[in-house]
Design a protein around this ligand. Structure first.
Ligand code: GUN
Length: 292
């Protein structure tokens, strides 16, 4: 088996399973999960994300609703829209695309989404449920990472896992998920002493720092599983290129398994968003998640 973890193929398989669950929900419960995505302003990267989300939502048979608001939208108007979506029974998931314009308080908006309609896992209730091993919604990127790790390695119990990066969106929830899998977890960050040595002790190394190719192959323990969450746009030899936080060329000759960039973690994130939407639709209707 190749040591490359093919996130694109994995995401395709997951979307197939989601489509099958959605068709069962429609046939057996007359329920079509609906996802509302709210975009404020005209950030080009966000517009691409939102377009991809809408396309894939429809492809698995779900309802997709987009709200595009001008950059000058007030916080009060955005909160009013979220409230309307909270009360709309045809909407089961609400995603407010980040970043928001500076005049809007991001955490206030995220916490205004009803936690049972939160599909990002950013609501404090879901953050708390993850931290206490409860049954909430898990942030999409770390969820995709843990799915790929379990698929490749089976049980993660007892393994040394190092997460480089301590963001609320990836680093911290990733560490919690690895802890739930009974790993011994270290969260490393920009102030960590002997980062190279810490990384070399990892059976599972998750890089989520947002620094192009910061982790070289000689920081990777031979045979380790490397999950590269970084998506960095760089220019090399006059060409624009997408690279991760790991130096793929050197790390892939040492790692037992490694996700490439692009084609690793990235495609899994939207697939997990669709998964979370189905999960929330089932929860709101008190239905068990159908088999795929
Ligand atoms: N902006 C970039 N990625 C994400 C994401 O996963 N969720 C939200 N809400 N905004 C984002």
């Amino acid at each position: 088996m190749s040591n490359i973890i093919d996130g694109k193929a994995f995401a395709e398989k997951l979307r197939g399973e989601i489509a099958s669950r959605v068709s069962k929900l429609k046939a057996q419960h007359n329920l079509t999960p609906g996802l509302a995505v709210v975009l404020v302003g005209e950030d080009p990267a966000s517009e691409v994300y939102v377009r991809n989300k809408a396309k894939q939502t429809v492809e698995v048979g779900m309802e997709s609703i987009e709200h595009k608001l001008p950059a000058e939208t007030t916080e009060a108007d955005l909160l009013a829209l979220v409230e309307k979506l909270n009360n709309d029974k045809t909407i089961h998931g609400i995603l407010v695309q980040l970043p928001l314009p500076e005049h809007i308080n991001e955490s206030k908006v995220l916490d205004s989404i009803h936690y049972e309609k939160d599909v990002d896992g950013f609501h404090l209730m879901n953050v708390g449920l993850l931290g206490t091993g409860g049954d909430g919604v898990v942030p999409c990127t770390p969820l995709g990472c843990i799915m790929m790790l379990k698929d490749r390695l089976g049980s993660l119990s007892g393994m040394n896992a190092v997460v480089v990066g301590r963001s609320n969106i990836v680093g911290k929830p990733m560490a919690n998920l690895l802890l739930q899998e009974s790993c011994t977890v270290t969260i490393a960050h920009s102030r960590t002493q002997d980062l190279a040595g810490v990384c070399r002790g990892a059976d599972i190394l998750v890089a989520a720092v947002g620094r192009p190719e910061m982790i070289p192959g000689d920081w990777v323990k031979p045979g380790a599983a490397v999950i590269d969450v970084g998506i960095n746009r760089i220019e090399r030899d006059g060409k624009k290129k997408l690279v991760g936080d790991v130096d793929f060329a050197s790390a892939s000759s040492v790692a037992g398994a490694i996700t490439p960039v692009p084609g690793g973690v990235g495609p899994m994130t939207i697939a997990c968003l669709l998964h979370n939407t189905v999960q929330q639709a089932c929860r709101q209707h008190d239905i068990a998640l159908p088999d795929a």
